[in-house]
Write a new protein. Structure first.
Length: 166
C-alpha cells in the first residue's frame, strides 16, 4: 500500500506566497506613510528578478544585473511609492540617481537585518531554481560601516516551499 498525498485542487502555495508578499507591501507602505523614515535601526535588503514583467530599472543596471539584484532601503532613498502590486523607489548607484519599479511578484527575498527577519519567495514565473549567492547590494549606502549580516541559523526566517509528492 502506497501513502500518496492527493493532488490539491486549492492552490495553497500561491495563496501563501501572495499573503507573504502583502507583508512586504505593508511594511514598505508604512515607511511611505511616515515620509520615508525608517524606525530605529530598521533597514531592508530586497532582492528581485530583474527580467520579470513589470520591472523597470535603468538599462545600465539591467546589463549589470541580468537576472537578479539586491537593493538596500536605508539612508539614501527617495520617492518611495507603494501600490497594490508594486513599489517604486529612487536609489543611487555609483553616484548616479536611478528610479526603480519593482512588482511584488518579482521579489525573491526581503530581509530586515536589524531584527533578524527574512522572507524568501519563489518569483512568480521564475524557473524554480533555488536562490543564487550574490554580491552585497550595490546601491549607494550611508557613510557608516555596513551592518553585520544576520546569522544563517534560520531564526526568524519564513521560507515557503511547497513541493508535491508524486
Amino acid at each position: 500500500m502506497v501513502d500518496e498525498t492527493p493532488e490539491s485542487l486549492i492552490p495553497y502555495d500561491e495563496i501563501v506566497q501572495e499573503a507573504l508578499r502583502d507583508v512586504v507591501g505593508r511594511v514598505l507602505g508604512e515607511v511611505e506613510r511616515t515620509g520615508g523614515t525608517l524606525p530605529g535601526g530598521h533597514h531592508f535588503y530586497i532582492t528581485f528578478k530583474t527580467r520579470m514583467p513589470g520591472v523597470e530599472i535603468p538599462k545600465h543596471l539591467s546589463q549589470r544585473f541580468p537576472d537578479e539584484m539586491t537593493i538596500v532601503i536605508q539612508h539614501r532613498f527617495w520617492d518611495l511609492k507603494v501600490q497594490k502590486d508594486f513599489f517604486m523607489v529612487g536609489l543611487s548607484f555609483g553616484g548616479v540617481p536611478s528610479s526603480l519599479r519593482v512588482p511584488f511578484v518579482a521579489v525573491t527575498d526581503f530581509v530586515d537585518p536589524a531584527v533578524d527577519f527574512s522572507l524568501k519567495f519563489q518569483a512568480n514565473g521564475a524557473d524554480g531554481v533555488g536562490h543564487e549567492e550574490h554580491d552585497q547590494p550595490e546601491n549607494d549606502g550611508s557613510d557608516e560601516a555596513p551592518a553585520a549580516k544576520p546569522a544563517d541559523d534560520g531564526s526568524n526566517v519564513v521560507s515557503v516551499d511547497f513541493t508535491r509528492k508524486k
